[in-house]
Design a protein around this ligand. Structure first.
Ligand code: ZN
Length: 654
C-alpha cells in the first residue's frame, strides 16, 4: 500500500491542525483496502475558542456516517474533552445514553452526531488517532495461523481481544492504558475488528497506519503458496437472474435491484467447492453486518431451495440470539455467490447495491487469503448479532424505511429521448425506479446516471430489442414495468393520397414494434415484481379524424393488442393498461409549424387550440407520465385491461 503523504501538500496546511486532520483522513479514505463506505474513523485533539474567548480542550472526531474519502472540516464534531473523559470514567453506560450525553457535550450544535467511537478516541492519549478496518490486518486476525503470529509480527502494537464497539470498547482501552499497556506502543489491533494508530502529528499517525498495514500485507502474502489461474467469466442465464431477484424481492417484501460482479476474484470464489462452508462463517469486520448481514447465500442450480434455506437459517439465527426488544429484519440475503457465475448484491437502490458489492468483493478476497493462512475464522455469531441488532444501528435503518412504493423496481421506457417517454423516465426515476430508456435518438443518453441508462435502439429491429432487454436484466437484475411509448405521427393525407411507405412505416413503428418488444420482454416480466405494462394509445382510437388513417389505425391496433395481452398475462399477475392522451403538444410530434397549421384549420389561436377540450386545460407530458407511474403502482393493483383518457374531456369520447 502506497504512502500517499505529501510534505509539500501538508506544508500548505501547516498551523491548521484540523485541516491536516482532514488531509490525512482523505488519504486513508482513498484506499478501499483500509476503509469502505463510511467505515473507520479519525480524530484530533485541539483547543477550541468559544464566543467568550475561553479555550476549551476539545476532541474533533469524525461525524457518524461521514465518509473519510470526502470528509471536510464540517464533518468533524467538536466535543469537550472534560465531558468525554468523565463519561468514559463511568463503570457502565448504555450506548443510547452515551450517544445522548455526547450530544450534550458537543461544542457546535450544527455539527453531525459524533462517531460511536468518540470515547475511544478521547481516552487514547495522543493528539491524532486513526482507525481503519484494514483488510490485511483483518485477514491476519480472522485466520488461525495469522492470529497465532500476530504477537510476534506486531510487538510494537497493543493487541486486544474483540469487544463490542461503543462504550465497552472505550472502557476496555481505557483500562489497558491505565495499567500501562500502551507505553511505547504505536497503536492498537482489535481482534476481528481493525486497527488504531496514533501520533503527535497527522503525518506520524498516518504513516504508522500505512507501515503497519504494509507489514501485515507482507506477512499474509508470505504465508500463501498457491498461484492463481485466470478465470474467464461465463454469461449468466438472464431468466435465472430475474428469477433469483424475484425470490429475493419476495423475501424482502419489496423490490430489490441487483449488481452482478464477474471480476476474477468473484469468479474464483464462485468456482470453489467449499464456498458454502467458508462463506457461512461471518464477515470481514462486524461493522459490515449492518449492510451485508452476517453471511451471503451460495446459489446452486437449485437456487429456489438455497434461498428458502437461507431464509429459515436467518430466522433460526434471530431466534437463537434475540430477546424481546429486537425486531427481526427481513430474512433476505444482501449478497450471493452464484456458482460458476460470480457475485450478486441486492438492495433497494443502486447506490446501496454498489456499496454492498464493494464490501462483498473485499470480503471474498480476504476470505480466500485467510483460507491459506490456516482457515477463515471471523467473530462468533452472538457478537455479530449484537452489532447487527445494536439499538444505535437499528435506528439508522429506521431512517430509510420510508422509501417510495416503487423503489427498487426496474422499468423500460421506449421513445424515451423526448416528450412523454422522457417524462415517464424522469417521473419513474423520481420514485426510485431503475430505468432503461430506449430511442433512436442519442438524446436518450442525456439523463444517464446511477438509476438510468439510455440506449440507442431501433424498436422495429428484433435483435436490437433483444440486446437492450438483456442489458437491462444484466445491469439491474430483472424487469417489472414496461412503458410502450415510441411512436410516429403521419397526418394530413387522405387514404386515397396516402403514400404506401408512410402507411407501412407507421404500422411498423406504432404497432408491430410493440409486438416485437412484448415477445422479448414477457418472459422477464413473468419474473418481475408486481409487473405492469402500460401502452400509450391515443384519443384517436375512440374519436378519429380525417387525414390520419395510418396513425389512428396503428393506435387502434395497439389498443386491441393491449386488450388481448391483458387477458393473456392476467394468470401471471401482470397488469396491462392503456392511456389515451390527446393534444399533448410538448412532444416532438408537434412542431411550431404543425401547431399553427392545425390551429388555423379550426380558425383558432394556438393557445385556444391547445386547450380545445371540455375542461379547457392544456395536457402535458408530465400529466401522462404521472398517470403511467400511478398505473405501475398499487393504486391500480386490481385494474387490468383499462383504457384511461387523458384528454381534458372530449364529448366524442364521453
Ligand atoms: Zn471500527
Amino acid at each position: 500500500m502506497k504512502n500517499l503523504w505529501s510534505d509539500q501538500q501538508a506544508k500548505k496546511l501547516a498551523g491548521d491542525d484540523l485541516a491536516l486532520r482532514v488531509y490525512s483522513s482523505n488519504l486513508l479514505g482513498l484506499e478501499p483496502k483500509l476503509v469502505l463506505h463510511g467505515g473507520g474513523n479519525t480524530s484530533v485533539k485541539l483547543a477550541f475558542q468559544n464566543i467568550f474567548g475561553d479555550s476549551i480542550d476539545t476532541l474533533y472526531v469524525k461525524g457518524s456516517g461521514r465518509d473519510l474519502r470526502t470528509i471536510n472540516k464540517s464533518g468533524f464534531t467538536p466535543i469537550a474533552m472534560k465531558d468525554a473523559l468523565r463519561l468514559a470514567a463511568f463503570d457502565q453506560l448504555s450506548d443510547v445514553d452515551m450517544v445522548a450525553q455526547i450530544r450534550l457535550a458537543q461544542l457546535d450544535t450544527t455539527s453531525p452526531d459524533a462517531s460511536i467511537e468518540a470515547l475511544v478516541h478521547a481516552v487514547i492519549p495522543a493528539k491524532y488517532v486513526d482507525h481503519t478496518h484494514s483488510n490485511a490486518i483483518l485477514i491476519l486476525t480472522n485466520s488461525r495461523e495469522g492470529n497465532k503470529r500476530l504477537k510476534s509480527l506486531f510487538s510494537d502494537f497493543l493487541i486486544l481481544p474483540y469487544m463490542m464497539p461503543g462504550f465497552a470498547l472505550a472502557k476496555q482501552i481505557q483500562q489497558a492504558i491505565s495499567s500501562g499497556m500502551l507505553v511505547n506502543k504505536k497503536g492498537i489491533i482489535l481482534r476481528n475488528h481493525g486497527i488504531f494508530t496514533f501520533g503527535d502529528s497527522a503525518k506520524e499517525s498516518y504513516e504508522r497506519m500505512i507501515e503497519a498495514v504494509n507489514h501485515g500485507e507482507a506477512a499474509a502474502h508470505s504465508f500463501r503458496n498457491t498461484t492463481e489461474a485466470e478465470n474467464t467469466p461465463i454469461s449468466p442465464d438472464l431468466l435465472k437472474l430475474a428469477h433469483i431477484r424475484k425470490i429475493v424481492s419476495q423475501i424482502e417484501e419489496a423490490a430489490v435491484t441487483v449488481n452482478l460482479d464477474q471480476c476474477d476474484k468473484a469468479m474464483r470464489m464462485s468456482r470453489r467447492s467449499d464456498a458454502a462452508d467458508i462463506l457461512s462463517r461471518g464477515p470481514l469486520t462486524p461493522d459490515h453486518t449492518i449492510l451485508t448481514k452476517m453471511t451471503p447465500v451460495v446459489l446452486s442450480e437449485n437456487f429456489e431451495m438455497d434461498l428458502e434455506n437461507y431464509k429459515s437459517n436467518y430466522l433460526a439465527y434471530f431466534d437463537a440470539h434475540s430477546d424481546a426488544s429486537h425486531v427481526c429484519l427481513k430474512p433476505a440475503p444482501k449478497w450471493a455467490i452464484w456458482k460458476n457465475i460470480g457475485l450478486l448484491s441486492f438492495d433497494r437502490n443502486q447506490k446501496q447495491v454498489k456499496k454492498i458489492s464493494d464490501i462483498a468483493f473485499h470480503t471474498v478476497d480476504a476470505i480466500m487469503t485467510a483460507e491459506e493462512l490456516g482457515g477463515w475464522q471471523p467473530l462468533n455469531p452472538q457478537d455479530l448479532f449484537d452489532i447487527e441488532y445494536w439499538a444505535l444501528e437499528q435506528r439508522k435503518l429506521n431512517n430509510n424505511s420510508n422509501l417510495p412504493e416503487l423503489q427498487g423496481r426496474i422499468a423500460i421506457v421506449t421513445g424515451a429521448a423526448t416528450g412523454i417517454g422522457r417524462q415517464c423516465a424522469a417521473q419513474l426515476i423520481a420514485q426510485g425506479v431503475c430505468v432503461v430508456g430506449l430511442d433512436i435518438s442519442d438524446k436518450v443518453m442525456e439523463m444517464n446516471g446511477p438509476n438510468y441508462l439510455g440506449l440507442i435502439c431501433d424498436v422495429t429491429d428484433d435483435s436490437q430489442v433483444k440486446n437492450a432487454v438483456e442489458q437491462t436484466v444484466k445491469i439491474f437484475g430483472g424487469l417489472d414495468i414496461l412503458i410502450l411509448n415510441a411512436g410516429i405521427f403521419t397526418a394530413g393525407e387522405y387514404v386515397e393520397d396516402l403514400d404506401q411507405s408512410k402507411w407501412d412505416k407507421t404500422l411498423l413503428i406504432n404497432l408491430t414494434a410493440n409486438q416485437i418488444f412484448l415477445k422479448n420482454t414477457i418472459p422477464y416480466l413473468k419474473y418481475g415484481f408486481k409487473s405492469a405494462v402500460i401502452f400509450i394509445g391515443s384519443r384517436n382510437v375512440d374519436a378519429p379524424g380525417p387525414g390520419a388513417s395510418a396513425y389512428s389505425v396503428s393506435k387502434a391496433g395497439l389498443t386491441q393488442l393491449a386488450r388481448v395481452l391483458a387477458m393473456e398475462l392476467a394468470p401471471d399477475g401482470i397488469r396491462v393498461n392503456v392511456v389515451h392522451p390527446d393534444a399533448v403538444f410538448d412532444t416532438e410530434l408537434w412542431t411550431e409549424e404543425l401547431l399553427e397549421r392545425s390551429a388555423e384549420r379550426y380558425k383558432m389561436t394556438v393557445d385556444e387550440y391547445k386547450t380545445r377540450n371540455l375542461l379547457s386545460v392544456e395536457i402535458t407530458s408530465k400529466n401522462v407520465a404521472k398517470m403511467c407511474v400511478a398505473l405501475s403502482s398499487n393504486l391500480f393493483s386490481v385494474t387490468t385491461g383499462a383504457q384511461i383518457p387523458m384528454d381534458g374531456g372530449n364529448d366524442r369520447v364521453i
